[in-house]
Design a protein around this ligand. Sequence first.
Ligand code: PHE
Length: 463
Amino acid sequence: MNQDEDVSPHGMWSSRWLFVLAAVGSAVGLGNIWKFPYLTGANGGAAFVLIFLVTTFIVAVPMLMAEVLIGRQGRNSPVNTLRILVQQHRRSGWWVLIAWFGMLAGILILSYYSVAAGWALYYMVMMASGAFDGVTAEVANQTFAAFTGNPWLLGLCHVIFLTLTVIIIGKGVVRGLESSNRWFMPLLFLLLLVLLGYGMMSGGFSEAFAFMFDFKWVDVTTSTWLTALGQSFFTLSLGMCCMMSYGAYVPSNASIPGTTAAIALISTLVSIGAGLAIFPIVFVNGLEPAQGPGLMFVTLPLAFGHMSFGALFGFLFFLLVSFAAITSAISMTEPALAYLVEEYNASRSRVAVTLGVLCWMIGVGTVLSFNVLADFTVDGSRTIFAFIDHLTQNIILPVCGLLLAVFCAWRLPRLVVQSQLGIRSRSIWWLWQLFIGVVSPLAVAVILVMGLFPCVLTQDCGA
Ligand code: PHE
């Protein structure tokens, strides 16, 4: 453990921009482009979008600041960062459990994330082959169903993506990869704009816009709140100590409020952009907005299949999505990787392979959820994929986020937090404490209880 100097034993980002790039690389991924649109579609459109914006900016952003500042204060892997802080400030050792749950969540999330990223790899190849030229909605649907119905093909794509991830983290070229975000992210935004332009011309844009922004209270349910909250955490890579481990490498002169605000803003814009690109295609082609995880893979081939240079743009788009997925995937393993390297002095590559094999084994359950085990449910209603997704996104991430907020607000000395955030004014300090210590944790607690035990509201839990 390193406590003497204000640097991390794992190295540092050479500037705050590299931190922003890396954190954006972690935040922007399948969560924005794949998950956000299908969750919006399945949860009533505007009701979901508005609540997602509220939970992101009121609950998640303060928590993002808290995670980064805790990381920068401890300068080690999340487990050791929390160990150092509880020792220094004489707090209970139980707080360290948050980091263990974070590592667990990272592995569970990567197990299914890599399956979906494998789909993007497959679609990249399919696009390049011209298989989608002039495709109809029916064929696009059938192609996705046939693909996900084939466990061997799905399993192969899963293995390819995981192998790529393991090679990258094992070789320790993570930082180099993050800086290529400098080129890839703007290119991804550009291609999203092309898709957006296509959507605007397609005739379905106003319907899509209304679907996403015409808010009606009647569409809101307790599960909308929980799903939106979970998505805010997932998309900002929050609640699993990933941002804490990235925070450990942030130079001490970088402003945490400024950088985290930029990260949240960029990630949210990409999510909204992806929704605005996908829903016009849904409505023009009479597709089902609530069809679930296949949404992006059915709609985008339709757009690319009908535009000029569609095969090229389509190939590029899925290439960039796969890249965005890799930069998120490597960040999921960072808490566990940094910890195992610190604790056992193990080589990065051995740890990477071990984590990769673990994720692969758990991921087989997700692969089979779309075919052989499609009818098997873990808790009576969810497939293995849906269950792991629900457990991590809707339970572990919010709970860990809540605990970290409480830790930051009530267990760290005021001076530490003030100097980390650069807060000098009293009123700003009280505002910060109000949010991180009261509003955000309370909101998470209420949403969790309402979402997980809806009977509390109707008062028939005993029945
Ligand atoms: N934020 C990433 C995305 O939106 C996913 C992620 C979750 C990454 C948790 C790291 C930790 O795709």
